[in-house]
Design a binder for this molecule. Structure first.
Ligand code: HEM
Length: 126
């Protein structure tokens, strides 16, 4: 084995070694766990921060004369002001500014599925 050949082998080995070091030291996958967006605690804290309405407060949000249209269902207060079918605060004979839990569940054909279209603005005082 002549000197030039040995040198060539050495160079190849050094390059291979360097390549391995670079590969091994490369930044690992960033698989750090991100916390779940809505833990039960976070949702509870958010609900606690919402304003609490009495039935008397709620009655002021009847959707008439430019006032917002708020409706309570299951202890939550929803803002129906922007909903097309609640313009003027009325909908199929029902009026905003009240707790409509019972008619929503017992009389309406849609049930609570429509509530996801309205933002929650508060909770109803128990
Ligand atoms: C006789 C009773 C009722 C009838 C026949 C009725 C009928 C309807 C119909 C046909 C729609 C449209 C459904 C759709 O777009 O998928 C609707 C929407 C809706 N209803 Fe009722 N409803 C009744 C009572 C109620 C009550 C008591 C509430 C109280 C919470 C309510 C809340 C809503 C809401 C929030 C929407 C969505 C409105 C929108 O997106 O513009 N409904 N209703």
């Amino acid at each position: 084995m002549n000197k030039a050949y040995r040198q060539k082998i050495m160079v190849i080995m050094v390059i291979f070694l360097l390549g391995f070091v670079v590969f091994a030291c490369g930044s690992p996958d960033q698989t750090e766990e991100t916390p779940p967006a809505d833990t039960v605690e976070e949702v509870e804290v958010e609900v606690e921060e919402l304003p609490v309405f009495t039935l008397e407060d709620l009655a002021e949000y009847d959707g008439k004369e430019g006032r917002p249209a708020y409706v309570a269902v299951d202890g939550m207060v929803y803002d129906f002001t922007e909903l097309g079918r609640w313009q003027g605060g009325t909908h199929n004979g029902f009026e905003a500014g009240q707790d409509l839990t019972e008619p929503l569940q017992e009389v309406s054909p849609h049930g609570e599925s429509v509530l996801s279209r309205a933002p929650v603005v508060g909770t109803l005082q128990e």
